[in-house]
Design a protein around this ligand. Sequence first.
Ligand SMILES: Cc1ncc(COP(=O)(O)O)c(C=O)c1O
Length: 338
Amino acid sequence: MIDLRSDTVTRPTPEMYDAMRAAPVGDDVWGDDPTVNAFQHRLAEKTGKEAALLFPSGTQSNLVALMAHCERGDEYIVGQSAHTYRYEGGGAAVLGSIQPQPIENAADGSLPLEKISAAVKADDFHFARTRLLALENTIGGKVLPADYVTKATDLARQHGLATHLDGARLFNAAVATDTPLKTLCLPFDSVSLCFSKGLGAPIGSALVGSQALIDRALRWRKVVGGGMRQAGVIAAACQHALEHHVDRLADDHQRAERLAKALHDLPGVELAYIATNMLFVRFPHGQATPLTAWLKEQDILLDPLYADGKTRLVIHRDISDSDIDHVIEKIAAYFSRR
Ligand SMILES: Cc1ncc(COP(=O)(O)O)c(C=O)c1O
């Protein structure tokens, strides 16, 4: 199968399995797992934060971050298209009693500064207390411009807000812009990172921030059922991904570019955009679903109508150059038969 639905579909490599098998483990709820402790320590260093905490998923890491920043009756400012708002079951409201204040993302994924300012509520008991600004980088594959991030987080601080970054794919942003991870994390009070997307771990995310924030997050992680026992097997996979799978994200970006260019050249296929490891295309009206069904018979998987009538194709470490050639050939074959 050539699976282009997401970068979450990767399988662990034999070397990653070896690292997981060899990991010394203990009970992490007791703080006894040496592999988890070492991983959290190294990740905190690498991101320039005081502390890190391992999570089973990015959804839980984001949720716990919001709960660690905000209390019942607080609100967080977030993009309409942000994962924490749109694709995490409304967890902040459902489980955290935190009101989201969504605002429309601009085309580049940013939240316009004037809209952020306008969304901050006055200190008045009629309103929820605005506490936090949450951004996402990359968002829909797009890297947030560095100067925008500086301005938005400065603005948040001027309003007395904390800042959280959903950095599920921050490694893609770091590689695409040749920027140290630490630099991208610096403007934020907390950052959630995922190891089970382009980095290829089977499971695992982490939250980084100040020691005080991570102490609060540890409590909430337990509450939402994220305390794991011999979690060193997971931390070992994440550590392996951190050491061996980051630089190669550049290959995914190049392959995405090549696929985008080839699809753009096909008559009738409109390239909406390409950014890092994701491309979004519009196939001729009514064609996305039958094309996807036909490609499935050829062992190629797509998510036909991801959003706004666009098909999303995601490149990851289990997609090779020859897979890209094969996909181009099959999509061209489909349209040449019509
Ligand atoms: C931007 C973003 N944030 C967070 C998540 C949540 O991660 P998980 O699937 O590990 O819960 C995802 C998942 O795809 C994501 O794309």
